[in-house]
Design a protein around this ligand. Sequence first.
Ligand code: PAF
Length: 280
Amino acid sequence: MIIFKHTNDISNYLFFSEASGKTTGFVPTMGALHSGHISLIEKARVECDVVISSIFVNPTQFNDPADFEKYPISIEKDIDLLEKAGCNVLFIPSVTEMYPEGLAAQKHYELGFIETVLDGAYRPGHFQGVCRVVEKLLHIVHPHQLFLGQKDYQQCMVIRKLVESMGIKTQIVICPTLRDADGLAMSSRNIRLNEEARRKAPLMYQTLSSIRQIIKPGDLSELKKQAIDHLTAGGFTVDYIEIADATTLSLIQYWDGHTALVVMVAAFINNVRLIDNLIL
Ligand code: PAF
């Protein structure tokens, strides 16, 4: 695996080395890698000749500075995992390498409705920061395919919109959420759960699964209220549980029984914010 720290070096490599002319798959990450990330690398290996990953804890997507400070970092272990998984090229830029213009200079992305709901509403500016870094990364890497995890469902939709609006041909491949044996969605943030919180955390997936089992056409407000009460009783502080149109993310209060739905949740346990979702 070849590691690059500078934009010019990775660009030159991808355009002028044996990597050029081959199909490329890109897995952007913020490090603290787990099996979910590795499953994206493995999928990219199956689909593409050259697999590229990046590790960059992007400051502009953290609406809460304390969350940024606490974001887990395990770079040596990450490099080892990527190497073993068969990643070919790794980009580890610094903040000044990614943002030579400085962090304050803001570009605004017109994301429309999807930025106003769910994490867009609870984490103001988050998706603007995601777009800012992903646009830069895509301009550097120019991958044929971009591999993203379904756990970040809304992020996948935002990035799809960004890619469409940039008019680039990168194909977005959304890969299933990987879960621990007890159902907890794998996340870099899980490292921050203490023993008690880790024991309680699977309630999030159990709650989503029971919604999937019992949902019926009609008014969904009581179902959502019960789910919030259930999570709260289990020790969570809930930002939201919403049932949305799986294609548009419009929130659904009354289900016609036909529209494809996704149930999305964001909640804190032990001051760690976890998210999850299930297609219903
Ligand atoms: O999902 C993530 O890890 C990040 O949001 C991403 C896509 C790497 C952008 O920083």
